[in-house]
Design a protein around this ligand. Structure first.
Ligand SMILES: [Zn+2]
Length: 675
């Protein structure tokens, strides 16, 4: 199955789900071995709507996407997915320029076709075009790119008509629609399992049938098919078209009527000023970049285009500097150069298409895009471009949320965006509180480090008392600046998120006062999550330790304990008692089993307990087959007391081991496998 994952999501998967990440990479390597062409396809770097991007941005988005892809799959991408399949000739030129040989479009994006070598064009639409062959687009530059059209009707049926509820029906539908050539479908990955529960099982079934060659059908990916079946015909594509807006690409710049449908009385007139505002500041940012870049970079455009190689870790900062900078490494000019590149990265991030896709300006997606723009505006200001924010707001003021409480774009900017702006004092305040809530506040003479994506803060403590702490802090914005050192003094209040913070720049003469309670709402939320995570864990460890002999002692009483004075205490200990019972071999009384079964039906700790048990069992499954007998015991005991374990997760953990050649008939049976 051909697939694409955008760099933003890929970064998250790599960090948060390393095992899944390794499987995705391996899947591509296996397909490459099998067919000579990998299943993985590239994707536009920031998921921008390419026809709406400038010529410069088109090139940068594709070049960075290629670099990101190459850093992961260790090969160049052959194909690239255009965000929302949004397409025009210039976007195809940008793909072809970077060596991309094919892309995928919706059938209604085809306008006319002709045999290669002729000019006998025939108009087509989504119903008349034969989608089972690839087409060549002959570009004005003389370059070419191939286009596959997916089956629109089938793809719709998968998303909206329940085709994934039964694998065999899914197969028969595909089989019935197939004919000579390549039948392909184009769907969002989240369809399989997220939108349609267990939809991934139907997909896996269909792929297994394809591998078996059922109905004389074989499975192949786009790259391999293209090599075996080069296009015999050419296509003219519909300029400014996409798969998710019937009006072309209007959804990402005007109130075209396309929306998610939940609010029939809302409008999307905010889309145009949001687009115009970003476009305006991006063109000013570009001018600023090239003005200053002239004296810093050997070739400003080449530096920007190649910056994706640095972002993806393909080259080091030192070698990038050697290749692209013409100023000294530690000079202030070099520092400006790094800032300019980072400014461009944030400005490009603000064009992520989800910002316009949904129904309102105040949603998370446009707010995120504006927060990216804010960062670009701040760096522009630091490097001497004044007035950008005012310019942006003069346009954004014409945008209004559909909800009165959020007001205009300017109101949102002041309430939701500007408050996210980081200063040395806000970063130091967050680092101090973070170290506190994580229970990692350093002792005097020691240091603690907090890493966020994009910036890191090292806190050194000189003095620490109940009322006052002081010390130094080193702040570094990644790929952007040298380390800057500050002195700080924190007059503490009664709670951690309170008190007064004074920050002094050690070499810059900088001096600021900050009230710790003024950390933005969004950042406070993150701090509170860090705190609750730690407290939950400590409370949990405590419960496990203290419930040691509880299950055995429970049976020693003559009366049924839940009727006693102490019954509420027994209930409080419930999760620890269950845990101890599941993982030990002690004999317990029937009364105990009855008690934990009944109490567990509506105990507030159920979700947390289930998560802890499932994670522990997965670790046991992954580590040693020697403890598999115990895993089976735990599952059996859990079943007896009706504990709703996450069997799906365990099945997946177990399946990993089965794939590696380990299996156990008893465990297979308990987990519902027919092996
Ligand atoms: Zn539309």
């Amino acid at each position: 199955m051909s697939f694409n994952v955008g760099p933003t999501l890929f970064r998250w998967i790599e960090r948060s789900e390393p095992e899944l990440y390794a499987k995705i990479i391996e899947a591509d390597a296996r397909s490459l071995k099998r067919w000579g062409h990998g299943n993985a396809i590239g994707q536009i770097y920031h998921h921008v709507i390419m026809p709406l991007a400038s010529e410069l941005d088109k090139q940068v988005e594709v070049a960075w996407a290629v670099a990101d892809f190459e850093s992961r799959f260790k090969r160049k991408p052959e194909g690239m997915w255009l965000s929302e399949t949004a397409c025009d000739t210039a976007s195809l030129e940008a793909l072809a320029d970077e060596g991309i040989i094919y892309t995928l479009l919706a059938p209604r994006q085809a306008e006319a076709i002709a045999d290669l070598g002729t000019d006998d064009w025939q108009d087509v639409d989504e119903y008349s075009i034969n989608i089972k062959e690839p087409y060549l687009v002959q570009l004005p530059s003389g370059k070419t790119i191939s286009v596959f059209f997916y089956d629109g009707g089938l793809s719709q049926a998968i998303a909206f008509e329940g085709l994934l509820h039964n694998g065999d029906e899914f197969w028969n539908k595909l089989s019935g629609a197939s004919a000579d050539g390549l039948l392909s479908i184009g769907t969002d990955g989240e369809t399989y399992g997220h939108h349609v529960k267990f939809g991934e099982m139907a997909l896996a079934y269909v792929l297994s049938q394809g591998i078996k060659g059922r109905d004389g059908i074989s499975l192949l990916n786009y790259g391999a098919y293209l090599e075996q079946n080069p296009p015999a015909r050419k296509v003219k594509i519909r300029e400014n078209s996409s798969w998710s807006c019937y009006h072309g690409v209007e959804r990402w710049r005007s109130d075209c009527g396309c929306c998610t449908g939940g609010h029939p009385d809302w409008n999307q007139q905010w889309r145009k000023p949001l687009r115009d505002g970003f476009d305006e500041i991006k063109s000013l940012i570009d001018k600023h970049f090239f003005n200053l870049g002239e004296n810093i970079f050997k070739d400003s455009r080449a530096a920007l285009v190649d910056y994706g190689q640095l972002l993806s870790g393909m080259v080091s900062q030192t070698s990038f500097l050697k290749q692209h900078f013409k100023v000294l490494e530690k000079s202030s000019d070099a520092s400006v150069g790094w800032k300019l590149l980072s400014m461009q990265k944030w400005a490009l991030s603000s064009f992520a298409s989800c910002g316009w896709f949904f129904d309102d300006l105040a949603r998370l997606e446009p707010v995120n895009d504006m927060a990216f723009a804010l960062r670009a505006i701040e760096i522009a200001k630091e490097t001497g471009l004044i007035g950008l924010e005012e310019k942006f707001l003069s346009i954004l003021g014409e945008a209004y949320s559909n909800e009165d409480r959020y007001g205009s774009g300017i109101d949102l900017w002041n309430s939701k965006i500007k408050t996210q702006s980081e200063t040395p004092e806000s970063l130091i305040a967050q680092a101090l509180v973070r170290l506190y809530v994580e229970g990692a506040f350093p002792l005097p003479g020691e240091a603690g480090k907090i890493d966020w994506p994009g910036v890191s803060v090292v806190i050194r403590i000189d003095d620490n008392s109940l009322v006052m702490s002081k010390g130094e802090a080193d702040i570094q914005w990644n790929l952007e600046s040298e380390v800057k050192t500050f002195e700080w003094k924190w007059k503490k209040g009664e709670r951690v998120i309170s008190g007064e913070l004074d920050v002094f720049g050690v070499s810059s003469g900088f001096q600021e006062h900050f009230t710790v309670a003024d950390i933005s709402w969004k950042k406070k939320q993150s701090l509170s999550l860090a705190w609750v995570g730690r407290i939950a864990k400590e409370a949990w460890d405590q419960k496990i330790q203290s419930s040691g002999c509880g299950p055995v002692l429970f049976g020693e009483f003559e009366d049924y304990q839940i009727a006693q004075t102490w019954s509420s205490k027994w209930k409080e200990l419930w999760s620890g008692l269950v845990w101890t019972h599941l993982f030990s071999e002690d004999e317990v009384s029937d009364d105990f089993i009855k008690f934990i079964t009944e109490t567990g039906r509506e105990h507030p700790d159920v979700d947390y307990l289930v998560e802890q048990i499932s994670r522990t069992l997965c670790d046991m499954l992954h580590n040693e087959t020697l403890v598999w007998g115990r895993v089976g015991d735990v599952l059996r005991k859990a079943k007896i007391i009706g504990l709703p374990l996450d069997i799906w997760k365990l099945q997946n953990c177990y399946w990993d081991k089965v794939q590696d050649g380990h299996s156990d008939s008893e465990l297979s049976r308990v987990l519902g496998f027919d092996l």
